[in-house]
Each structure stands twice: as structure tokens, then as C-alpha cells.
Design a protein around this ligand. Structure first.
Ligand code: DX5
Ligand code: ZN
Length: 226
């Protein structure tokens, strides 16, 4: 697959209309990936959907899927999402028993392997395993719900992780998720993020296409400046 260049804008389907998913997928054709939040009501209090729904989204989406698993026991469930064709599958470090073995399994199936950390998890926890991953997701809100406020205190952790990854020769993508908007995207881009999840900022806009283009432009300008 030809991978889209940075900055990548990944609208979160959590902010889409769940009973008009086909139409809401068609609206994000100019995005880079569709961000799919899988929640199990255990790892996070909220509940969304599972592999059957994601398989239909995969068949319907105009752009590849960026699956974000906020679930317990990803060691057991994550490979299923890679097998249904998701371009990337990201699981939480806090939930995984054997993150390295799981990352290898995901890559073997053909997906990009991603790892996510919550705002309270130290970035150092990832340093030794950075090269096992294609993308690192630094949560900029507590996972579970859309529409929360961006937490700027997560930016030093992101910046340090990017520096450590480059020092180790890793080309991993750095993704931020939560509260990304026209007002906050520049901060994250300046701290080294190259992949941006946005739910409310995209689906809550009058023009979804203009919102995607605007976010991309702001991220590009901020990363050039930094
Ligand atoms: C939160 C999810 C996010 C969420 C972001 O746990 O992982 O992907 O949809 O929504 P906004 O952009 O509205 O903060
Ligand atoms: Zn997410």
C-alpha cells in the first residue's frame, strides 16, 4: 500500500452517526485514514463496536482503517482486526501482557503495529520496545469519550518519545488522539506529532472536507516552523 505522507489527518468515527455510517464514511474521502475506536466497557467505561462492525467499515470505507483498541486482552483480540484488513492496529500498553509478541504478530499478518499510552503512563515505558512498532499513539485525553479537552501536559512526553525514537533510528509515526482542533493541532505538531486523530473537530464542522484541509494545513505550518 502507498502510505499517505505527513501530516496525516484521521477522523474518528466515534463522532460519526452510527446508524448512517456509510454516509459518514463517504464524507471523509479526503482524509488519510478512518480512525476506529473499539471500546469494550472494561478497559474504558464506554462501549462501541467489535470486529463484525469493523469488518463492514473496512469494506465500506474510502480510506484505510486506523484501528485503536481500547480493550482488555488485546493479546487475544488484536490479530482479528489485522486479519480483517485494517491498515494499522494500535493496542494499549496498559492492557497488553506481551506487547512485543503481539506487535510481531500484527506485522506478520500485514498490519502496521501501533502502541498507545494513556496520559498518566510514562513515555520511558516504551523506550526499549520502540523499534517493534510502526506507530506510537500518545493519548491527549483520558481514553473513553470524544469531545474532551486536549491535555497540553502530555506534550513534553511526546517530544521526548520522538527524540528517543529518532535517536534509535526508528521512523515510527507519532499520533495524537483527543481534543485535536484548529486551536490545538499546532501544539501537537510542534511537539513532533505527524498523525492527528480528530472526532468532533471533523464531524462537528459544517464542511467535513474543509475541516480536514484546515487541520492538515495548520499541522503542516506548525511542523515547518518547529
Ligand atoms: C477517545 C478516542 C478518540 C476520540 C477523539 O478515547 O480515542 O479517538 O474519538 O475525539 P475528539 O477528537 O472529539 O476528542
Ligand atoms: Zn482513538
Amino acid at each position: 500500500m502507498n502510505l499517505p505522507a505527513a501530516p496525516r489527518i484521521n477522523p474518528s468515527l466515534l463522532a460519526a452517526d452510527f446508524v448512517n455510517m456509510q454516509a459518514d464514511l463517504a464524507r471523509i474521502a479526503t482524509a488519510d485514514f478512518a480512525h476506529v475506536d473499539v471500546m469494550d466497557n472494561h478497559f474504558v467505561p464506554n462501549l462501541t463496536f467489535g470486529p463484525q462492525m469493523v469488518a463492514r467499515i473496512q469494506e465500506t470505507s474510502p480510506v484505510p482503517l486506523d484501528v485503536h483498541l481500547m480493550i482488555d486482552d488485546p493479546d487475544r483480540w488484536a490479530p482479528e482486526y489485522a486479519e480483517l484488513g485494517a491498515a494499522s492496529v494500535t493496542f494499549h500498553l496498559e492492557a497488553a501482557v506481551e506487547p512485543v509478541a503481539l506487535a510481531r504478530r500484527l506485522r506478520e499478518i500485514g498490519a502496521r503495529a501501533g502502541i498507545a499510552i494513556k496520559p498518566g503512563t510514562a513515555g520511558e515505558a516504551l523506550y526499549e520496545i520502540l523499534d517493534e512498532f510502526d506507530q506510537i499513539l500518545v493519548m491527549t485525553v483520558e481514553p473513553g469519550f470524544g469531545g474532551q479537552s486536549f491535555m497540553p501536559e502530555t506534550m513534553p512526553k511526546l517530544q521526548a518519545l520522538v527524540a528517543e525514537a529518532r535517536r534509535r533510528g526508528s521512523n515510527a509515526w507519532f499520533e495524537v488522539d483527543g481534543g485535536i482542533s484548529d486551536d490545538t493541532i499546532a501544539l501537537a505538531a510542534a511537539a513532533g506529532a505527524d498523525t492527528f486523530v480528530a472526532g468532533s473537530a471533523v464531524y462537528g464542522a459544517d464542511s467535513v472536507e474543509a475541516a480536514i484541509a484546515g487541520l492538515r494545513e495548520r499541522a503542516r505550518a506548525a511542523s515547518l516552523e518547529s
